[in-house]
Design a protein around this ligand. Structure first.
Ligand SMILES: [Zn+2]
Length: 89
């Protein structure tokens, strides 16, 4: 995980995960201008993208990724992050 200048995040974005599923690694960047908003939910959300990246890579490799893939990926990791954070309180 890294806290860098916002060059790797888009305006308003809290964080970004760039996973490499073939090496089970990821580069996670948080927007330093929005660190006040980075909470457990955001961190877990970005970490969960590491798990779903393998599925997304498979879909890309097999021509099955479409415009809904990112939408459902975001919904899945957001919902799982909420559950995980709630269970750990
Ligand atoms: Zn996300």
């Amino acid at each position: 995980m890294a806290f860098e200048k916002d060059k790797d995040t888009e305006e308003g974005e809290l964080g970004r995960c760039t996973p490499d599923s073939s090496y089970f690694s990821a580069f996670i960047v948080f927007n330093p201008k929005r660190l006040r908003d980075v909470n457990d939910n955001v961190i877990v959300h970005e970490l969960l993208h590491c798990l779903t990246s393998e599925m997304k890579s498979y879909m890309v490799e097999n021509g099955k990724k479409d415009s809904w893939t990112t939408f459902f990926d975001e919904r899945l990791v957001s919902q799982l992050a909420s559950i995980i954070v709630r269970l750990n309180k």
